[in-house]
Design a protein. Structure first.
Lengths: 876, 137
């Protein structure tokens, strides 16, 4: 520790600190503008000058490291004068037009002007005539004449996101920030967030609220499992959201967002939102009052329960709804109706990761916090396009690269953005992951690279697993996956050289018909060196839905009560029966997919679908359509009319995330608040309220005044959520604890060949997947104007050789045909794919790609095979 | 005793032949004082629309909180008030809005006649404020 004097007082400082960091920590004010704690030093503004005794000229506080015995004066006449001059120079490039500037009220330059007492441009401005060149994204408007060239935008784009779009064009006075590589831009808005003035403004909402006029509500982003914190800016009188901002210090995202979070907000006020409850009368929907609709649902469900028994009613909850709503939904289903036929979309997207992680590590969730990946020095990225789907997590991984030079091993058949930063890129054939994972484990065991002490004391099943690996020689791996033995050796070398290895996997692993097995295999790899333990690098399943973790935790699953307590465990059931005052059936219910099988058999007579659209998410649309006609009663509760909605008897309009209170649980198990920014639009109601009303009408009163009371009940029943009462969640939310006394388990994982292999008739692997501007099945983001502006067309990407063979050119309209069906789309030729593999960048809707999929499900998690099927393309 | 009476009558008689000072309101209107602050009006720009850029400074400075502005941007990036509401019944005619306006769009006018049947008609919007300009040129 150094000792130094600032303004006549003595302070202690660590040697790696700069003067500015010390001063900030001690609450001493030094004006800054280009400085940002997350960025490298830019040193462009010259506002943070301080006098250091012994130095001839003032020093920039942001860039000067502290020294023992330094004597610093922050407010001498000399520096005050120099700062003032520096500010006047900045103003040469900046018109004082604060009244028409978006940043007015939260502009750092404006604040400094106020502080230094300047109210006009002192030096004459030379107006610069620049032709209006397009910025990287149409969602952001660039004002050249307002730019003070602090370069924060360029640095942020390069450093935090890694998109590398911006650069400085020209030299001297005409220099300006230019979007030089527009094709790289992913519209994340990092530059917008970083701009200290109004040189970059949002160009989306035509309504521009002034800072002081908007109601700012901090909430959790509804678009992926990262759980970013953002502020909704609402114009109260119009009941609309006009923009999204972030506070730098709050949440996992530290101010960053992706395009969905920052520009995808306006679906909330979309005219397509369901306005009123709809009741089908003689085949046509008729608007009804809430009273009428709810009564109808309640009586009809009662009737079916009396006629066919409670087991003939099923319910599908939503992994996009809050924890409270999922809890209420399953409570209503189990206690009031008396059925365990409850499921939700989290099973389809990430079920395998819950089941697999649980079996192996003892916890159905990420083993570490997302921030811990920064500490890893090797990251194994398997089947997850984090750059496109979970940008904030991708930013964290980039931080790991910057901070401790982390090595990256990418395993993906397709070339993703991370290939650019990866040290090694493995390209296994689709669906053959188990082979290379087992091969790698075998190699590591052969080289003696495993923690014997840990395996002996804390795990079981190692020997059986080891025995099962015998056949996975490098030759076998090469045969099965196409990964050469040199590559596998290289991974093993990197793996052994590293100390903390983070294992990241996503839907490319979980959405397979053997997803659970692949997850277990990855966990075997992690357990080998104790990566799942606190001191290890961590296992990170990446979730794509905002509350997949929460929906699982809250027991909106067929076989689990809240808190992962099995419904066939009498002790767990007893506890809930006592709390709820009703009997709960002991047998686990039908899963999502099963429910639709049973509809065809006539075992399910009534279905309640809340915030899901099985017509888009489940394979084999035609079969679903036939099935749904067998239903006597179908209720749909959603924000927008889903495709299944046209078959419904009653449609109830629910509220979006911006219109209700609640909590989401992010993929790092963090329970965070969702807050109400505007009133429910039109005549919609918060979903928890609808569920309460229905239950009360069906003779099982649920009289919660607000979701905080629901959470109080949850925290009393679910040990993991014991501390999750709202008063504890106000600041940054809390993570539910990982404390499993159980031994970690190794599992012998059998390799099975993919269900389908390309044959002559269907020579291509088709990998369906979402892409950056989309989330989930697209009910919300399809309607966001901002995302529509930058929306890439659904297309099939294909290798040039394959295209030639099929006789198609770039952007040709094509038919994609699989053994089960065909869909129409366009074709894009891309170098990012190896021969024989086509990548279907789609969001399922409006192209019913579920018609192509293999109707096979994981035997444990019941996650369908979404990620691979065979097919061919034809010109149409 | 008779003298004061005659003095009074003399004054009365004199007034008969001088010019009257009463103003026959409402037929005849008294011009307001130079610094009179009456109902506000909007200045027009070269396109004949309001000069207001909806910066919201008047809204924030108004001590009686009688102004409400919603800002919008047209295709050319120009700002205009999507909603401008000035509740004249609440206005205390302090003139702060005129003083704070950075583009000289709003001015205190001279109109002082303000008798209406409903409170609602006392809420001025952009059109009404532009109309007021006619009485203030």
């Amino acid at each position: 520790m150094f000792k130094l004097m600032i303004d006549g007082k003595e302070y202690a400082a660590r040697p790696e600190q700069t003067i500015l960091q010390v001063a900030k920590g001690k609450g001493i004010y030094i004006p800054t503008m280009c400085y940002h704690p997350r960025l490298a030093l830019l040193k462009t503004c010259r506002l943070c000058l301080v006098d250091v005794e012994g130095a001839e000229m003032p020093m920039a506080a942001c860039a000067t490291p502290v020294l023992e015995g330094m004597v610093i004066h922050t407010h001498t006449d000399r520096v005050a004068k120099m700062r003032l001059e520096a500010l006047k120079f900045l103003l040469i490039n900046h018109p004082v037009e604060c009244p028409v500037c978006d940043a007015g009220g939260e502009c750092q330059l404006q604040d400094r002007m106020y502080e230094f007492g300047i109210d006009h441009n002192e030096y004459p401005r030379e107006s610069r005539e620049l032709p209006r060149i397009p910025y990287g994204t149409p969602l952001i408007r660039q004002w050249f004449d307002r730019c003070v060239m602090c370069l924060r935008c360029i640095q942020a784009c390069l450093e935090i996101v890694g998109a590398d779009v911006l650069e400085v064009a020209e030299h001297g006075f005409p220099s300006h920030v230019k979007a030089a590589r527009i094709e790289n831009c992913i519209s994340c808005g990092e530059c917008l967030h970083m701009c200290p003035v109004g040189a970059l403004t949002e160009d989306l909402s035509s309504i521009k609220g002034r800072t002081w006029q908007l109601k700012r509500v901090q909430t959790t982003c509804p678009f992926c499992g990262d759980g970013c914190q953002l502020e909704l800016n609402a114009l109260v009188r119009r009941n609309v959201i006009v923009k999204v901002t972030t506070k730098g210090e709050v949440g996992i995202n530290q101010g960053s967002l992706c395009v969905k979070g920052r520009f995808g907000y306006d679906f909330v006020n979309h005219p397509d939102r369901l306005q009123k409850p709809l009741v089908k009368k003689s085949g046509v929907f008729d608007e009804a009052s809430w009273e009428e609709a709810l009564n109808l649902v309640a009586t009809k469900l009662q009737e079916i329960k009396e006629n066919y028994g409670a087991q003939s009613i099923g319910g599908i909850s939503s992994s996009r709804a809050t924890n409270e709503e999922n809890y209420l939904f399953q409570k209503w289903m189990r206690a009031c109706i008396g059925t365990n036929h409850i499921d939700n979309g989290a099973r389809l997207a990430s079920g395998s990761s819950f089941y697999g992680m649980w079996a192996s590590t003892g916890q159905p969730g990420m083993t570490h916090a997302m921030d811990d990946i920064v500490g890893a020095d090797l990251i194994l990225l398997v089947g997850a396009d984090v750059y496109d789907d979970n940008l904030i997590f991708s930013n964290k991984m980039r931080e790991a690269m910057r901070r401790n030079n982390a090595k990256i091993v990418l395993v993906d058949p397709r070339k993703t953005q991370w290939e650019k930063w990866a040290n090694l890129w493995l390209r296994p054939f689709p669906g053959t992951d188990i082979a290379w994972i087992n091969g790698l484990i075998r190699l590591l065991i052969e080289r003696d690279a495993f923690l014997k002490e840990f395996i002996k004391s804390k795990t079981e099943g190692f020997e059986i697993m080891r025995f099962s690996l015998q056949k996975f020689s490098s030759d076998f791996v090469k045969e099965a996956t196409g990964i050469s033995s040199e590559d596998l050796e290289a991974v093993a070398d990197l793996y052994m050289a590293a100390k903390k290895r983070g294992i990241v996997f996503g839907s490319g692993v979980t959405q397979h018909a053997n997803g659970t097995e692949i997850v277990k295999a990855l966990c075997n790899l992690a357990l080998l060196t104790g990566e799942n333990e606190e001191e290890g690098g961590g296992v990170y399943p990446v979730l794509s839905q905002s509350n997949a973790q929460g929906a699982f935790d809250m027991g909106a699953f067929s076989e689990f009560l809240p808190g992962h307590q099995r419904v066939d465990d009498p002790k767990a059931r007893e506890k809930f029966e006592e709390a709820w005052g009703r009997k709960i059936p002991a047998k686990p219910g039908f899963t999502y997919g099963e429910m639709f099988d049973r509809i065809l058999e006539g075992k399910i007579k009534a279905l309640y679908i809340f915030g899901e659209d099985p017509f888009i998410t489940l394979p084999n649309l035609e079969r679903l359509k036939t099935g749904i006609r067998h239903l006597e009663f179908l209720v749909v509760q959603d924000q927008f009319m889903p495709h299944v909605g046209s078959y419904a008897s009653v449609v109830l309009p629910g509220a979006s995330f911006a219109e209700k209170e609640g909590t989401f649980t992010s993929m790092e198990r963090r329970i965070q608040r969702v807050r109400e920014a505007i009133f429910p639009v039109a005549n919609s109601k918060p979903d928890w309220k609808i569920l309460c009303d229905l239950s009360t009408r069906m003779g099982y009163p649920m009289e919660y005044r607000d979701p905080s009371e629901v959470m109080a009940e949850i925290s009393s029943l679910v040990p993991l959520y014991a501390h999750a009462r709202y008063q504890n969640l106000e600041k940054s939310g809390i993570q539910w604890p990982l404390a499993s006394e159980r031994k970690r388990r190794f599992f012998p994982i059998e390799y099975k060949e993919p269900i389908e292999q390309p044959i002559e008739e269907y020579p291509l692997w088709i990998l369906p997947s979402g892409f950056h501007y989309h989330y989930g099945i697209g009910t919300t983001d399809k309607r966001a104007k901002g995302l529509a502006k930058v929306y890439r067309e659904t297309a099939l990407e294909i290798n040039p050789d394959d295209a030639q063979r099929a006789g198609v050119n770039d952007l040709d309209p094509v038919k994609v045909i699989s053994p089960r069906g065909e869909v129409e789309t366009i074709c894009r030729i891309s170098q990012t794919l190896p021969e024989g593999i086509a990548y279907f960048a789609t969001q399922f809707f409006p192209i019913p790609i579920n018609n192509l999929l293999i109707p096979e499900r994981d035997p444990v998690s019941e996650t369908p095979e979404y990620r691979v099927c065979i097919g061919r393309i034809e010109r149409r | 005793m008779i003298i004061p009476l005659l003095k009074g009558l003399w004054l009365t008689l004199r007034r008969f032949f001088s010019r009257p000072i009463t103003i026959q309101y409402p037929e005849e209107k008294r011009p307001p004082a130079k610094r009179w602050r009456g109902i506000e009006y909007f200045e027009k720009d070269e396109r004949g629309q309001t000069k207001c850029i909806a910066c919201g400074l008047c809204m924030i400075i108004c001590p009686s909180e009688c102004i409400y502005v919603e800002t919008a941007e047209d295709e050319e990036g120009r700002r205009y008030p999507l909603t401008y509401e000035l509740d004249a019944a609440r206005c205390i005619y302090c003139g702060y809005c005129e003083e704070v306006c950075p583009v000289n769009a709003i001015f205190m006018g001279k109109t002082y006649e303000w008798v209406v049947e409903t409170r609602k008609s006392l809420v001025m919007d952009t059109e009404k404020l532009l109309e007021q300009k006619a009485y203030n040129s």
